[in-house]
Write a new protein. Structure first.
Length: 273
């Protein structure tokens, strides 16, 4: 294909794709304060991973979805905050449109911690209405599962720089040749961890960070050479992570799950389902 990015296809190319395939990957991001990285860095990571997945599965991606619930980062005036319910409704409308177009296999993914509060209700409510299983892949959960293998040196932020390289935007990652290195400090809200840990990522209680440095104490990138080194390491981490997630086998399981519902569950309980 000329491109895997759905919005860059012509209508004829989109219709030709849909003659034979029905899978679309939808990366969902955010625009928020994130240390010394651009505000859209978690959007870009999600898009880069989606693009690599699309290449493995002959799929397309629906990108440009950056404005959703950010969370506790409103101390930064660059943070765009959208309500959780509003985000769910917006994506639900998109999911219904994609299904009408012929995309019965929809994979939603995000590298943003609180994204599960938007995407998990989406996939459940969509199934209840359409009886079509769509999937949410929490990339952070997948990364943490394989972190020891993928990031043995602890350079977590290489992933962000690598994502910008994959998306052809490496120059958007700023250089800070004159900035002093900052020592890692304890978060201003770490004293409340006993409350935060009662539910998954940001879902237990509402709060905001007390300091801008609480969210992403990022490394200082001195020059273009260092940035490129980080990018190359990050690209490899992303490619290895995509291999471990193994989307082709997940798509097979989705097909089997769909068949299970229609061939077994619906036959037994279809009268009230």
């Amino acid at each position: 294909m000329r491109t895997r990015i759905f919005s860059k296809l012509t209508n004829d190319e989109a219709e030709a794709y849909l003659q034979n395939y029905s899978t679309i990957i939808v990366p969902v991001g955010t625009v928020e304060m994130h240390g010394d990285f651009p505000l859209d860095c978690e959007t870009v990571v999600s898009e880069a991973i989606a693009l690599k997945m699309a290449e493995k599965t002959n799929s397309v991606i629906l990108n440009n979805l950056p404005y959703f619930y950010a969370g506790a980062t409103l101390a930064g005036r660059g943070t765009v905050q959208v309500g959780i319910r509003e985000g769910i409704d917006y994506l639900f409308a998109i999911a219904k449109s994609l299904k009408r177009q012929g995309f019965n296999r929809q994979i939603y993914l995000s590298f943003h911690g609180p994204a599960h509060m938007t995407l998990s209700p989406l996939v459940r409510d969509f199934f209840e209405e359409t009886k079509t299983p769509i999937l949410f892949v929490d990339i952070i959960m997948a990364l943490m599962k394989h972190a020891k293998d993928l990031i043995p040196n602890g350079n977590f932020y290489d992933i962000y720089v690598g994502a910008y390289k994959i998306m052809g935007r490496l120059d958007d990652v700023p250089l800070n040749p004159d900035k002093k290195e900052e020592s890692l400090t304890e978060s201003s809200v770490s004293q409340f961890q006993n409350v935060f840990s009662l539910a998954y990522q940001s879902a237990a209680v509402g709060y905001y960070f007390g300091e801008k440095s609480d969210h992403a104490q990022t490394p200082v990138i001195r020059n273009a050479e260092q940035r490129l080194e980080m990018a190359d390491r990050g690209v490899k981490i992303i490619e290895d992570l995509v291999e471990k997630i193994d989307l082709p086998s997940i798509l097979t399981s989705l097909d089997q799950l769909d068949d299970f519902y229609h061939s077994e569950v619906l036959k037994k309980y279809g009268e009230w389902l």
